[in-house]
Design a protein around this ligand. Structure first.
Ligand code: SAH
Length: 353
């Protein structure tokens, strides 16, 4: 029989939306399938209370795989000489948006490595054109670290949202995943800057990254509570064969789902994607994510010819949103578990006080 106080922690989380570090840690260490089932019942309820059975979709445009950084886990790190590098032109990005708009996407997510070609001026120009062509759409950027002035320029050009996972809150752990030029403190500062500028901010972390402990995860959850972002993206770490972490173990489906449930109860109005990495480690990973409290999926709108080159980790799936058929397939998957894909901007209900 497991510790009954863990159930009490979940009740407390549901009522008060916060826990102490030691309580988070005990919950994570005390994981059992029964405890998870108890959590998911509540996290689903919270999700339905805020977002009903709607699933928001975001059109993901992976517009460049050039990157100046050399993060140890990432397949497109600068040190990986086996990557076929590409970048989409402005016209190609716009054509992705056009396809996406016709398919019902009202949020475009421009994600890429930190590509020196895409200076703030060039990226602002792309953003500005998307903004004027699709005034009813949200534009999300996920282009890594920059100065506050650069973020401000992009915001002024028309970007509304920014995704920048903090990856791990703990400084020492961060240092084990990144080269010395990168720091947890700077990454976190970027998030505060983005927030101050007025972006809807998304952050998050990898689950089961090398050397991660439940203590680290407790720190991640406390940081999420403090930052109070509009979106939280988490997914399992998955090794990539051409990185220093090639031989490391992947994060698990179970722990990722458990964390999705916990985050839903902590920040009930937050946007929570069932990520590509989750869909990669298990065939029905995204459906299970939705059933644990997630409410967003991000199908790929990048041109087919570059999809195989944006390989952050091995076996990455690319949900094909290009053909209307595939959008229907996604709809069917969601319907099969009682949810529906909607055509909407899908703004966050986690409003910062
Ligand atoms: N350059 C951008 C986008 C990074 S890619 C930035 O710095 O934010 C988006 C996310 O993919 C990363 O934040 C990281 O959390 C995740 N990722 C990278 N490599 C991964 C891996 N091997 N397994 C799982 N997720 C990974």
């Amino acid at each position: 029989m497991m510790d009954p106080c863990l159930y009490t922690f979940i009740d407390k989380l549901e009522a008060e939306h916060t826990l102490y570090a030691s309580e988070w840690q005990q919950l994570l260490d005390g994981y059992t399938p029964r405890l998870a089932a108890y959590l998911f019942e509540k996290s689903r309820r919270a999700r339905i209370q805020f977002y009903g059975h709607d699933v928001y979709i975001r059109g993901l445009i992976e517009f460049t795989n050039y990157c100046r950084n050399n993060c140890y886990y990432c397949g497109i790190r600068s040190g990986n000489t086996h990557v076929h590098r590409y970048r989409l032109t402005k016209e190609e990005i716009l054509s992705c948006c056009e396809t996406g708009y016709e398919l019902g996407f009202r949020t475009f997510v421009l994600q890429g490595g930190e590509d020196p070609y895409y200076t703030t001026a060039r990226l602002s120009d792309v953003v500005h054109t998307i903004r004027t062509t699709y005034p009813d759409c949200a534009i999300t950027l996920s282009t890594g670290e920059a100065t506050k002035e650069e973020y401000q320029q992009l915001f002024d050009a028309g970007a509304n949202r920014f995704l920048l996972r903090h990856e791990t809150y703990n400084t020492e752990h961060y240092q084990k995943l990144h080269p010395a030029q990168l720091s947890a403190a700077h990454r976190q500062q970027c998030l505060w800057d983005l927030k101050e500028i007025g972006y809807q901010v998304g952050t998050g972390f990898m689950v089961g990254s090398p050397w991660q402990t439940s203590e680290h995860l407790a720190e991640d959850l406390l940081f999420l509570k403090e930052l109070n972002p509009q979106m939280v993206g988490i997914g399992p770490f998955i090794p990539h064969h051409d990185t220093p972490f090639a031989g490391q173990k992947a994060g698990t489906l179970e722990l990722t789902l458990f964390l999705l449930g916990l985050i839903r109860l902590m920040l009930p109005g937050v946007l929570l994607p069932a990520t590509t990495a989750l869909g990669t480690i298990a065939e029905n990973g995204r459906e299970l994510g939705i059933l644990s409290g997630a409410n967003v999926v991000m199908p790929n709108l990048s041109p087919k010819r570059v999809r195989g080159d944006y390989l952050l980790y091995d076996n990455k799936i690319s949900t094909d949103a290009e053909a209307a058929e595939c959008r229907r397939e996604l709809e069917q998957h969601m319907q099969s578990i009682g949810y529906q894909v909607v055509t909407a901007r899908g703004d966050s209900l986690n409003i910062t006080p």
